[in-house]
Design a protein around this ligand. Structure first.
Ligand code: MN
Length: 265
């Protein structure tokens, strides 16, 4: 057994350090919901520009059908990311289940560095395992089968050879299919599986896991092989923002309120 999973208070340490590393995920940016994009652009300019680094752990965009997609909304987000790099802040982007087709062209457009999923990073002396989180939802068998297909280089090469308008319409169909699957499937099945969490931490020899995907922001503390371990889950940006700030003094998982009168990004 892996001990009892406790959902504790979101704020672990109140102290705010001068410099910190920021983690966000699941912004699901799309032209149809401009408020999230506007909040993200402000977040980059006001908050992330003062950070040591920004990690985006997947699903920055609702869909991404290839680095050649020149849709104006996506382009504005890419330009905002590029200006963060120009201010000297390193930005690392992991693939999510929506934007797993980010390739080198996206990295060139934005100046971000694409990172593997999963990856271990050192945070002010403490190692942490980062992952988008979809691979942890092992009880969702239909999704894991689909994931295996669309993450294969062969499938991706075939898809990226299709004309851009066709890729866009296929992505829209996939998005609707995903929404139907989410509505039909029990929430527990779509959550991270505790055995998968424990196995990932053991395999990597770390005690901290940071992920998104499930849209259930929380800090879960539990016992793993007689020692304390924690799983920090980032929230989605549908109604408000969510960010984890990690500095030398500790970490805090924050809700970022959205201004009532958003301007469009
Ligand atoms: Mn996701």
């Amino acid at each position: 057994m892996f001990g009892h999973c406790v959902q504790c208070s979101l704020t672990i340490r109140a102290e705010r350090s001068a410099l910190a590393t920021l983690f966000i995920s699941d912004l699901h940016l799309d032209a149809s919901e401009p408020a999230a994009g506007a909040q993200f652009v402000d977040f980059l300019a006001l908050r992330a520009s003062r950070a040591d680094a920004l990690y985006i752990l997947g699903d920055l965009f609702e869909t991404w059908v290839g680095d050649d997609d020149n849709e104006p909304y996506r382009d504005r987000i890419c330009v905002a990311l590029a200006s963060l790099g120009q201010r000297g802040v390193a930005c690392y982007v992991m693939h999510g289940n929506r934007d797993f087709l980010f390739q080198s062209g996206f990295a060139r457009r934005t100046g971000v560095r694409l990172i593997a999923d999963p990856i271990i990073v050192e945070l002010y002396g403490e190692p942490a395992l980062l992952t988008h989180g979809d691979a942890l939802c092992t009880a969702d068998r239909p999704y894991q089968l689909l994931r295996g297909v669309v993450r294969s280089p062969r499938w991706q090469q075939s898809f990226l050879r299709l004309p851009l308008p066709l890729r866009r319409s296929l992505a829209e169909q996939a998005r609707r299919g995903s929404q139907r699957h989410t509505q039909r499937t029990a929430g527990q099945i779509m959550d991270a599986d505790q055995a998968a969490v424990a196995a990932a931490l053991r395999a990597c020899g770390v005690r901290t896991l940071i992920h998104g995907h499930t849209h259930r922001p929380a800090v879960h503390e539990f016992e793993l092989d007689g020692r304390c371990a924690r799983r920090i889950v980032l929230g989605a940006w549908h109604d408000r923002g969510s960010a984890l700030e990690w500095g030398p003094q500790g970490f805090r998982l924050e809700e970022l309120p959205r201004s009532p009168a958003p301007h469009c990004a």
